[in-house]
Design a protein around this ligand. Structure first.
Ligand code: GLN
Length: 281
């Protein structure tokens, strides 16, 4: 019989050999995630033996991780803000960096008001749902061109108890969306097409291309998004878009060309530019 310790030891070796950094930590995440254990349970009882069903389950997960399937897709969930969100290959796994967009948006609105939020290209629904949990009277419209992604966003809205306050619309960017919004947010695809092949296998081979590919220079979505924000932001409203760490200058220029004012960039916890915040009136 295989002990917990033996399994973790072998998993770290296999994950390391597959080129995964922090192989020991990843092995433990897989183990605890699949078996529903806490880290302290695992640390407290290393000699415990794995029963057959558990062994099969963790081995299957390990095999997938060795083939570089993202941890979030193997476990089917990832933490984002204060939420635990369903993740499948149909959506970009919410990144910790994207919490920068949530924070920047919350900074700029009166959270007690009935704020109207538009989240363009919502994917898993992460940004809109995180904002809704922080604003009890807010409502959101969240769009995506992928119906499969919207199905995941709908499940996430249900799981977080927010279905009543979010409307999910299958459309390209904000086509057909009317009305005025106090917040227009988006984490668009912004990676230059030619760079995608150089990304780590988890992203390149397992995440939706649609959520990553920002065209030849990675900036195509912003040209569109700024003009939609101009059309849809209410007077005094705020726009917040995620940007790539090296896109600050280019996106600020696009914002200016679109007639935005007070455009500024906000850094993520790693100190890289991660969001542009702007207004139109
Ligand atoms: N930050 C993501 C990555 O580097 C890309 C997200 C995006 O294009 N919106 O994998």
């Amino acid at each position: 019989m295989v002990s917990w310790r033996d399994w973790l030891h072998d998993a770290a070796r296999q994950l390391g050999a597959a080129g995964i950094e922090d192989a020991s930590a990843e092995g433990r995440f897989l183990f605890t995630g699949v078996l529903g254990l806490s880290r302290s349970q695992v640390i407290a009882d290393p000699d415990r033996k794995l029963d057959e069903a558990s062994l099969a389950a963790v081995n299957k997960a390990l095999e997938r991780r060795v083939s570089r399937v993202p941890l979030s897709q193997i476990l089917g969930a990832t933490p984002f803000w204060t939420l635990e969100l369903l993740v499948t290959p149909d959506v970009l796994s919410p990144r910790a960096d994207t919490e920068t967009i949530v924070e920047a948006a919350l900074n700029d609105v009166d959270t007690a008001r009935p704020v109207r939020i538009l989240d363009i290209a919502t994917g898993s629904g992460a940004i809109a749902l995180a904002l809704l949990t922080e604003m009890q009277s807010a409502t959101a419209v969240a769009t995506d061109i992928s119906r499969a992604a919207l199905d995941i966003a709908a499940i996430n809205a249900g799981r977080t108890g927010l279905s009543e306050r979010i409307e999910l619309v299958c459309t390209s960017w904000a086509d057909g969306i009317a009305g005025r919004f106090d917040l227009v947010v988006s984490n668009p695809p912004y990676i230059a097409s030619s760079i995608i092949e150089t990304l780590e296998p988890e992203v390149r081979d397992h995440e939706p291309r649609l959520a990553l590919d920002g065209g030849p220079d990675g900036l195509a979505p912003y040209r569109h998004l700024f003009s939609e924000a101009r059309r849809l932001l209410a007077p005094g409203g705020t726009g917040v878009f995620e940007i790539g760490y090296d896109q600050r200058e280019a996106v600020l220029r696009l914002a200016q060309e679109a007639g935005a004012r007070d455009a500024d960039c906000v850094k993520d916890l790693g100190g890289r530019s991660r969001a542009i915040v702007f207004a139109f009136s």
